[in-house]
Design a protein around this ligand. Structure first.
Ligand SMILES: NC(=O)c1ccc[n+]([C@@H]2O[C@H](COP(=O)([O-])OP(=O)(O)OC[C@H]3O[C@@H](n4cnc5c(N)ncnc54)[C@H](OP(=O)(O)O)[C@@H]3O)[C@@H](O)[C@H]2O)c1
Length: 208
């Protein structure tokens, strides 16, 4: 599958590396073309780097690996996303990481869907620390990712991508349930960074 990763930071590089390693065609898009090209070279597996618009145009699935406040500008640069699957991984948090900046009656995912109304937005990976994206960081462990979205075909596509890099996928319902997934992401940040567990924890739903 042709997957564009927009962003070259912790999550962008981790997802690009894992997906390219699983055999997907990865295009890295960034505002800094040199960073995109350098990351693509480091990853190998045929990954290529370029601008945000070029990567999004070539791909069927686009991962926004940016801070939530950067989404609007990046989506303008991405161009026409009609029918494309747009994965929102964000936790819309304050600069000190301690608070959510939106929630209750909306979510980052729903706001991103409004910014890109023709794309099929799926929430995923927001409860996974970048340190756990590499499959070898999870060897022998089952780690869940929760996905929410309103388009079942898009969710199936994201499920396939997440499973290809070793995650157990739990369908978390419609996109509006991102209102609940984002606070879980924020709780995970508190466990990882403020409650002493380190960025190597992940939430899981247990069926008894
Ligand atoms: N880190 C985690 O463990 C984790 C876990 C779950 C979810 N998330 C979510 O994943 C997203 C990315 O997090 P991250 O940790 O990967 O962040 P990061 O390491 O700080 O990387 C952010 C990326 O966004 C780019 N960017 C920032 N502002 C931009 C703008 N206005 N236009 C275009 N690109 C812009 C940066 O580009 P430059 O290099 O040019 O500045 C960089 O490539 C966030 O929404 C975060 O909440 C993170």
């Amino acid at each position: 599958m042709k997957v564009a990763i927009i962003g070259t930071g912790n999550m962008g590089s981790g997802l690009a590396s894992a997906l390219a390693g699983a055999g997907h065609e990865v295009m890295i898009g960034a505002r800094d073309l040199v960073k995109a090209a350098t990351l693509a070279d480091q990853i190998g597996h045929g990954a290529v780097g370029g601008g945000i618009g070029a990567a999004a145009t070539l791909a069927d699935v686009i991962v926004l690996a940016l801070p939530f406040p950067a989404a609007e500008e990046a989506l303008k640069q991405a161009g026409d996303l009609s029918g494309k699957v747009l994965i929102d991984i964000s936790n819309p948090i304050s600069a000190d990481y301690k608070e959510l900046i939106i929630g209750h009656t909306t979510s980052a995912a729903e706001e991103i869907q409004k910014m890109a109304p023709r794309a099929r937005v799926v929430k995923a990976f927001n409860t996974i620390f970048a340190q756990l994206l590499a499959p070898q960081a999870r060897l022998g462990k089952t780690v869940q990712t929760f996905i929410a979205g309103d388009d079942e075909t898009a969710k199936a596509t994201v499920t396939g991508l997440a499973q290809a890099i070793g995650f157990e996928v739990l369908d978390a319902g419609p996109l509006s349930n991102s209102r609940f997934l984002e606070p879980i992401g924020e709780m995970n940040i508190h466990f990882g960074y403020f409650l002493g567990k380190g960025p190597v924890v992940a939430p899981a739903w247990v069926q008894l």
